[in-house]
Design a binder for this molecule. Structure first.
Ligand code: EPZ
Length: 418
C-alpha cells in the first residue's frame, strides 16, 4: 500500500511529456487479437490497466511482451475465448473484447462486468449492438456467452454514444461479411485512433469522429506497428493542476480540440491559455474565479474524466459553481474527501453545488476511484499545509509516474510505502 505525502502551496513551472492515451491503448490491445500476426504498440504507459489488459490477452493464449516501453503481442491461439471473471471485474472496459473475440473466434465469453465506484456500468448497448450482427447471447450465472458462426454486417444505431459500445461494434465489424454502418457513434478522439489502428491492420473503416461509422468486412487482418495518440485526460489533469497551484506549465502531444470545453472553462477561471499545434501552455496566478456551470457531455462537450479535477479547482476558487455529471450516476464519491479540506460542496444526485472557499487546507485523504483520486491530489497540491493521499491503487490505474512528473514541475509530493 502506498500513499502520497504532499506539501501544498507550491507553484508549478515546466513542461510535461504526456503519456500515450490509456483509453486508446486499451481498445488497441483488444484489437490485437484480430490477427495471428505480431502487433507492436509503441510507448504504452506504465499503468496497471495496461498490465491487466495484457493478462487478459495472455489468458486468451497470446504472447505479450513489454520492452523499452513498447508492447509486442503474438496472435491469440484459438485456444481460449473466455475472459477470466477476476480480470473482467478489475477492468470493466474489457467488455469491448467481445467484439474482437467474436470476429476472430466466432465465440466469446466474459463475466458480467458489474458496477463500480462511478456508476452501474450497464452493457445493454454493447449486447444489443452485437445481436445485430447475428450474435446469439446467453446470460447465465453472471456470465455472458456469445456465439456467432457467421458475423453479418448490419445497420446499427446506438441510443447513446457509448465509447465502449462504439469500439465493440468496430471490432466486430472489420471482419464481418459485408458492410456495417453505426449511427449514433461516440466521437471521442480515441475512436479515431482505433479506426487508424484497424486500417493499419488492413481493415476498411471510415467515419470515426463523426456520428456515423462505416466498415467493409475483409477476410483477414495483418500485423502492424502503431504509436497511439497521447492522453488528453492526463494533459488536462496537469493543466488543471497548474491552474490550481499557480505558475506556468506547457503540455506537449495533445491538441486543444481534443480537450472539449476544458480550455474555455480554465479561461473562465482567469487562466491565460496559449496553444500552438500540439502544445498547450497555461499561466495562472493561483487565485481563481469559479465557473458558473460545468456540465459533462459526450465529446466534444466537457469530458466527464475531468469533472472531478475541475470540481476540486472550483472548491478552492472564489464564487460559486454548479457541476452536473450527465455521464455516470455516482461520479461525486470523492466529494466527502474534499469536505475534509474545508470545501463547501453539496451533492444532490448528479449535481454538485460548489461554494468556492478561496483556499482549501491540507488533510488525510483516501482516493476511491481513478479520476476522483487525481482530483484529491490536485486539491492537496494547491491547499494550505500538508496532506496525505492513500488509495493510490486507483490512481496508478491511469497515471504513469504521476508524482515524478509533478515533482519535475516543482510540486512537493513524494510516494511512501505504508
Ligand atoms: C469510456 O468508458 C472510458 N473508458 C471512460 O474513462 C470514460 O469516462 C467514458 O468512456 C465516457 O467518456 C475507456 O475508454 C477504457 P460509455 P465506457 O460506454 O466506454 C452508459 C477513465 O477514467 N452505458 O461511453 O465504459 C454508461 O453507464 C474512464 O479513464 C449504458 O447505459 O463509457 C455511462 O453512463 C472512466 N449502456 C454512459 O453510457 C451501455 O451498454 C457512458 O458510458 C454502455 C454504457
Amino acid at each position: 500500500m502506498d500513499k502520497f505525502i504532499i506539501e501544498g502551496g507550491r507553484p508549478l513551472y515546466g513542461n510535461v511529456r504526456v503519456q500515450s492515451a490509456k483509453n486508446s491503448v486499451l481498445p488497441l490491445l483488444a484489437a490485437s487479437v484480430l490477427t495471428e500476426d505480431e502487433v507492436v504498440i509503441r510507448e504504452v504507459p506504465a499503468i496497471t490497466d495496461v498490465t491487466c489488459m495484457a493478462e487478459i490477452l495472455r489468458g486468451l493464449g497470446a504472447e505479450v511482451t513489454f520492452s523499452e516501453g513498447n508492447v509486442r503481442i503474438g496472435g491469440a491461439r484459438a485456444s481460449n475465448h473466455i475472459i477470466p471473471s477476476s480480470l473482467t471485474r478489475e477492468l470493466r472496459s474489457s467488455v469491448f473484447m467481445l467484439g474482437a473475440l467474436l470476429a476472430r473466434f466466432k465465440r466469446a465469453a466474459c463475466a458480467y462486468p458489474g458496477g463500480c465506484d462511478i456508476g452501474l456500468r450497464p452493457i445493454d448497448l454493447h449486447l444489443n449492438a452485437l445481436k445485430r450482427f447475428g450474435v446469439e447471447i446467453a446470460e447465465r450465472e453472471g456470465y455472458i456467452e456469445c456465439t456467432c458462426p457467421r458475423l453479418s454486417g448490419a445497420d446499427i444505431a446506438l441510443d447513446f454514444p457509448s465509447v465502449g459500445a462504439t469500439e465493440n461494434v468496430m471490432l466486430a465489424a472489420v471482419m464481418a461479411e459485408g458492410r456495417t454502418t453505426l449511427a449514433g457513434a461516440a466521437k471521442e478522439p480515441e475512436i479515431v485512433d482505433l479506426q487508424n489502428f484497424l486500417n493499419a491492420m488492413g481493415a476498411r473503416v471510415r467515419g470515426a469522429g463523426t456520428d456515423v461509422i462505416e466498415a467493409e468486412g475483409v477476410g483477414r487482418l495483418h500485423g502492424t506497428e502503431f504509436t497511439p495518440m497521447k492522453d488528453r485526460i492526463e494533459a488536462g489533469s496537469f493543466l488543471i493542476a497548474a491552474a490550481i497551484c499557480g505558475g506556468e506549465v506547457e503540455t506537449e502531444g495533445v491538441r486543444a480540440e481534443t480537450l472539449g470545453l476544458l480550455l474555455h472553462k480554465l479561461r473562465e477561471n482567469g487562466c491565460k491559455i496559449h496553444t500552438k499545434n500540439d502544445k498547450i501552455k497555461i499561466v495562472s496566478s493561483g487565485r481563481l474565479r469559479c465557473n458558473r456551470r460545468i456540465e459533462t457531455m459526450p465529446f466534444p462537450g466537457f469530458p466527464t474524466d475531468l469533472q472531478a479535477q475541475m470540481t476540486a479547482l472550483n472548491a478552492g476558487a472564489e464564487g460559486g459553481a454548479l457541476v452536473v455529471e450527465n455521464l455516470f450516476e455516482t461520479r461525486f464519491k470523492y466529494v466527502p474527501e474534499l469536505l475534509k479540506m474545508g470545501a463547501d460542496i453539496e451533492v444532490r444526485g448528479r449535481t454538485a453545488f460548489v461554494r468556492g472557499t478561496g483556499r482549501l487546507h491540507g488533510a488525510g485523504l483516501t482516493a476511491g476511484d481513478l479520476r476522483g483520486g487525481a482530483a484529491l491530489i490536485l486539491a492537496a497540491l494547491g491547499a494550505e499545509g500538508n496532506s496525505e493521499v492513500g488509495g493510490l491503487i486507483h490512481v496508478d490505474r491511469g497515471y504513469s509516474d504521476f508524482e515524478g512528473k509533478l515533482r519535475s514541475l516543482g510540486a512537493g509530493i513524494r510516494r511512501v510505502r505504508i
